[in-house]
Design a protein around this ligand. Structure first.
Ligand code: GRF
Length: 211
């Protein structure tokens, strides 16, 4: 078992309902600790959620930077400054440069509202409806240098109903996100996830030795 919770910085851009799921998770403080919440925008609800939970917040405004590289460096500096050993992208709507992967190798986790590799990008829920798929879902994956592309850690399907609109489908997808993301971050915090090329192995805790 891990002796102390793994410190992670959670990156947000908006409402922060996934952040709230992490804040509320029983594993917080045991398997992982949220050492900072970093937003690319001021005045978003996610920052209020962090402050209500007594977690340090940092705003790194996208518009203050002249390139993705300088923005990414500032994000990493903020995360490292708070002691983070990993990043969780929870509704974070910016793409980080390779610099982030160098600072946090196999240690950046993203949640995406579709079954990747279907429907990457910012309009995954809308695109699932446009394509009239019967099943979409949630992917939690490690981040690599391509958008919504890195090794898949966990997926769960969500059925699409004939009368769904973006709001109703996204609501059911988010209910799954709020369960799956904390489960993955907890496993990451316990050191149970190892990456082998594109394959993520979940170590079986029951195989660990007992002290
Ligand atoms: C989530 O559905 C996430 O998958 C997507 O953006 C949404 C963010 O929601 N990338 P929230 O800010 O966590 O409420």
């Amino acid at each position: 078992m891990t002796e102390s919770p793994l410190p992670v910085a959670v990156l947000v851009s908006g409402s922060g309902s996934n952040l709230q799921a992490l804040l509320d998770d029983p594993g917080r403080g045991l398997d992982f600790a949220i050492c900072s919440v970093i937003s690319d925008r001021p005045n978003v609800t996610a920052l209020d959620r962090a402050q209500d939970a007594g977690v340090e917040t940092v705003v790194v405004p996208w518009s203050d930077f002249d390139s993705r590289e300088t923005f990414t460096t500032a994000i990493c500096d903020a995360a490292l400054g708070s002691g983070a050993l990993g990043l969780v992208l929870a509704g974070f709507m910016r793409i980080l440069s390779q610099t982030a992967m160098e600072h946090f190798p196999d240690a950046i986790i993203n949640v995406h509202p579709a079954l990747l590799p279907a429907f990457p990008g910012a309009h995954a829920v809308e695109n699932a409806l446009v394509h009239r798929v019967a099943i979409t879902g949630v992917t939690v994956h490690f981040v690599d240098e391509q958008v919504d592309h890195g090794p898949i850690i966990a997926q769960e399907a969500v059925g699409v109903r004939p009368d769904d609109d973006v709001a109703s489908l996204h609501e059911r997808i988010q209910a799954v996100e709020h369960r799956l993301l904390p489960k993955v971050v907890g496993a990451f915090g316990r050191g149970l996830l190892t990456v082998h090329d594109r394959y993520v192995r979940w170590e079986d805790e029951s195989e660990e030795g007992v002290d």
